[in-house]
Write a protein that binds this ligand. Structure first.
Ligand code: AMP
Length: 213
């Protein structure tokens, strides 16, 4: 099962992708996470990506296509995978089509104002990557799971979030139309409670399975 989670930054793609990955035992591949790890490790790709990521701009297509092409050829992707954050442009989608065909696309929606609120209040553990929201942290600055520091991602700063949203509307939103024509896309409200959202996605995928997708 080859899946894509599409939607604006902060809509909850990563959170739902992790649940779906566990349920179907396929890897969730977040290109944002791959880039953050490369940046942390100071690899050539990481160094090249940093200026773009920090400003909320897209890393050039050719860099991203190579990263994803390498990743989905790895053994753990043999039974399928979930893409979270790729493709983000029409040329990326076309390049992906040359490599494989996606079975289902889950498009998560949310209004811009809600996204800004979510992302500027988001805190990420600098050790395990778990995400939290300040509204529920009650002043805590350490991760409950591993004790790591909870930090504001540089690109979650309010002015960068606005950049990321305009980049999303200009370059990524056209993918909704691109995939809608295939009949393999469903749209869902990203503000749904986590368990309801997961049940919705599961229903969509089970239907896809029985339909032979
Ligand atoms: P994310 O964690 O998905 O919000 O991604 C964080 C940042 O990584 C984005 O704002 C981009 O700078 C970069 N990025 C991630 N995926 C892609 C992609 N498919 N194409 C271009 N840039 C990307």
């Amino acid at each position: 099962m080859k899946l894509l989670f599409l939607g604006p930054p902060g809509v909850g793609k990563g959170t739902q992708a992790a649940l779906v990955a566990k349920r179907y035992r396929i890897p969730a591949i977040s290109t944002g996470e791959i880039l953050r790890e490369a940046m942390k490790a100071g690899t050539p790709v990481g160094l090249r990506a940093k200026t773009y990521v920090d400003q909320g701009l897209l890393v050039p297509d050719e860099v991203m296509i190579e990263i994803v092409d390498d990743r989905i050829r790895q053994g753990d992707c043999a039974k399928g995978f979930i893409l979270d954050g790729f493709p983000r442009t029409v040329p990326q989608a076309r390049a992906l089509e040359e490599i494989c065909q996606l079975d289902r696309i889950v498009y998560m929606t949310m209004a811009d104002e809600a996204i800004v609120k979510r992302l500027s209040g988001r805190r990420v553990c600098d050790n395990c990557g778990a995400t939290h929201h300040v509204d529920r942290l009650k002043g805590r600055t350490r991760c409950e799971g591993c004790g790591g520091n909870l930090i504001l991602r540089k690109d979650d700063a309010p002015e960068t979030v606005l950049n990321r949203l305009s980049v999303y509307h200009e370059q990524t939103a056209p993918l909704v139309e691109y995939y809608q024509g295939t009949g393999r896309l469903t749209a869902m409200d990203g503000a749904m409670p986590l368990d309801e959202g997961f049940a919705y996605i599961e229903g969509f995928l089970e239907h896809a399975e029985s339909a032979g997708a």
